[in-house]
Write a protein that binds this ligand. Structure first.
Ligand SMILES: *Cc1c(COP(=O)(O)O)cnc(C)c1O
Length: 377
């Protein structure tokens, strides 16, 4: 049997909705299905504005524009994240200031943020790793104390929550991803979530090529024109139709992923403890959205050997983020070994197990059996 790391899930109504979108004779951005997705996200999450974008990367680029990031500014973020979390701000000339992660949740270590704040800091960008919430109480307190906005890269965490409040509703701005490796997908896609209303009008302009086209369509102005910087960040309504089918089916999708996650956890916990392997930790005040299951092995060598062992059984596991501060770009910003020791150490040892909506029990049993067969040397 061949078990992929990820298999995109189709919930059932995607093609029907795409057909319907085509039937509306309007498949550019902000059509019927885009509006439905906006409404659903706003209502479910309880936030003032959600805007679909072509990717999470683009939603992050929009946040950098909205916060008027300029050359010389600094942005605080974890080193243990995807490239886009940094690039969106670097693209505007900012210097990324990398902060280490907590060894338990692998989220930004909130106790290390304050000493990195300077008069040049223009944003604190947090990533809810695996959809487990960062320590938002402490982070929001720093945000208020230093008057620096928080941005949440919530690519993993849609419908996850921290102290009963949804992730993506804490920061002034937040981003979501609907890339095919995430919980809810449309191939490539994302969303910008706006909690601070002062950004709504300009976000609509930036997303529509720097024009006031959104106001024009609402009849608030009689012609649309160039009013600000911007780009084309809105997806086709065909993609929104695909996504809408997934979002409407969110309970089934999440229940399915919960089963997969809990089954891994129940069956691997004791085995992991016996072999000195760390498994995901979810603090009691966090509700996770079951985005991934991973193992942190005792060493890089064990990780590589286990990965090869699984591959030999036709099972595809993957490692995750390489520390951004040690990447070619990170080093140009002065990153060096030892800057973020927990990130460096964890990145070498982490292995993500195959995890996808619709993963069968038989597939999962096979992964678990293969893990148990592995000989630790
Ligand atoms: C997937 C991911 C992104 C990028 O998402 P795209 O939609 O592919 O641009 C950004 N940040 C994190 C943390 C991610 O996991």
């Amino acid at each position: 049997m061949h078990i992929p790391f990820n298999r995109p899930f189709v919930s059932g109504k995607e093609l029907e909705f795409i057909q319907e979108a085509i039937g509306h004779w309007r498949i550019s951005g902000d059509g019927v299905f885009t509006q439905k997705c906006h409404g659903l996200l706003e209502k479910e999450l309880g936030l003032p504005k959600a805007l679909l974008t072509t990717s999470c990367t683009h939603a992050l680029e929009m946040t950098a524009l909205l916060l008027r990031i300029e050359p010389g500014d600094e942005v605080i973020l974890p080193s243990f994240t995807f490239v886009s979390t940094a690039n969106a701000f670097v693209l505007r000339g900012a210097r990324p200031v990398f902060v280490d992660i907590r060894p338990d949740t692998l989220n930004i270590d909130e106790t290390q943020i304050e000493r990195s704040l300077t008069s040049k800091t223009k944003a604190i960008v947090v990533v809810h790793y695996a959809g487990v919430g960062c320590e938002m109480d402490a982070i929001l307190e720093l945000s208020r104390k230093y008057n620096v906005p928080v941005v949440e890269d919530n690519a993993h965490g849609l419908f996850g929550s921290y102290r009963g409040r949804y992730l993506g509703t804490f920061g002034a701005l937040a981003s979501l991803s609907f890339h095919e490796t995430k919980n809810f997908i449309c191939g490539e896609g994302g969303a910008l979530l706006i909690n601070d209303r002062q950004y709504i009008e300009r976000a609509e302009i930036i997303r529509e090529k720097g024009t006031n086209r959104s106001r024009f369509f609402r009849g608030q102005v009689d012609k649309y024109t160039w009013v600000d910087v911007g780009s084309s960040y809105l997806p086709s309504d065909i993609l929104a139709a695909f996504l809408c089918a997934q979002l409407e089916d969110r309970e089934t999708i999440q229940a399915n992923r919960k089963r997969v996650w809990e089954s891994y956890d129940a069956q691997l916990k004791n085995w992991a403890a016996e072999h000195g392997i760390q498994v995901p930790f979810v603090p009691p005040h966090c509700a996770q959205p079951y985005h991934m299951y991973f193992l942190v092995l005792p060493s890089l060598e064990t990780r590589e050997a286990l990965m090869a062992h699984l591959t030999s059984r036709g099972i595809y596991s993957v490692f995750h983020y390489l520390p951004l501060h040690l990447s070619a770009m990170g080093r140009e910003f002065g990153g060096k070994e030892g800057d973020c020791p927990v990130t460096e150490d964890t990145s070498d040892r982490l292995l993500r197990l195959p995890f996808y909506t619709g993963m069968t029990e038989a597939e999962q049993e096979e992964v678990i059996a293969a893990l148990r067969e592995f000989r630790f040397s």
